[in-house]
Design a protein around this ligand. Sequence first.
Ligand SMILES: *Cc1c(COP(=O)(O)O)cnc(C)c1O
Length: 393
Amino acid sequence: MSIWQELEHKYFMNTVERVPVTLVRGQGARVWDEDGREYLDFVGGWGVNSLGHCAPVVAEAVVEQVHTLIQTSNQFYTIPQIRLAELLLQNSCLDKVFFCNSGAEANEGAAKLARRYGERYLGGAYEIITAAGSFHGRTLAMVAATGQPKFQQLYIPLPSGFVNVEYNNIEAIKTATTGQTCAVMLEPVQGEGGVNLPDESYLMAVRAWCYQKGILLILDEIQTGLGRIGTLFGYEQYGIEPDIMTLAKGLASGVPIGAILAKDRASVFVPGEHGSTFGGNPLACATGYATLKFVIDNDIAGNANRVGQYLIDGLKNLRDKFQFITDVRGRGLLVAVEFSQDIAQSVLMACLARGLLVNRLKPNALRFMPPLIIGEGEVDEALAILDKTLSNI
Ligand SMILES: *Cc1c(COP(=O)(O)O)cnc(C)c1O
């Protein structure tokens, strides 16, 4: 254990079992540790570093903005947040935006917005239906929204007003809908819960049901948005439009930011009903603008789609070779492999020793979320390391 790692153990609350590497530098899809060892990064800051580490276009935007204006109060107009708002709304199906600092904060705000909508149009309805296996963040309310007992049992009693139902089951949503329901909240593809893909007609059926009942459809695109699954936003692939959408992770290349986007008719906040000190600050928004502009102008989503398919095909070849790979699934560059036994941690450590960073999704599954700018060459490299690792497991 290095001196830094010893200090970490001394000073930090014990919330995370870290991978025993201290990263000090990153460039593109590579990172380096304190001993100068190089790694190919297929974790990508948890799906954040879409343009790779320290992309020049991002670094330039940050440097320019820190010399210009970093933070003001939201009582004032600032230009970077208006430019980012316009770019986001011109390239999505939504009409209005609110900026905040993280995914959980974006989802909290979306839930509050849905409750205001319920108050205004649905006779005070406040309940939000979410799916088992979902992940919506770590605040108390979002733990209640997150349909996973392992996160919920620790914090009982949870805030009320969230109903978790079976994923990929439209009947379960219909049964759970009552006069108190104001919204359904889903991830287009469940990320943290297992890279779970929606059935062919599920999201369309949910969309139709929400229209029929006059309730809102909230899509949590914090992980799927900004090109991750092969289109700028995940909803584009499923023939639907949400009433509210949340974004965070990839939006500003690692400078903390979150966003709530809404259709005009769902945008019911009035002054004083919601706010954020740092939300939409010029630094985050200038970085977000540079990131999103690059993603759009260079069809980064198209690259994620193409290279993601190449990765999935390569992993399927490995599945044919190693019988203990039981599943390969994903969209774009949000991909998982599942094993018949709980070997994810040992595979992760063996990959690490060979210079590849991967994420343990479950005891028996790994997740890959590399930067969206990678090419086939990097995928070949990762597959070769995985192949060697799995041959020795
Ligand atoms: C990561 C994530 C969140 C939480 O975002 P934070 O920035 O960690 O608060 C919420 N929803 C989804 C789908 C996520 O992937």
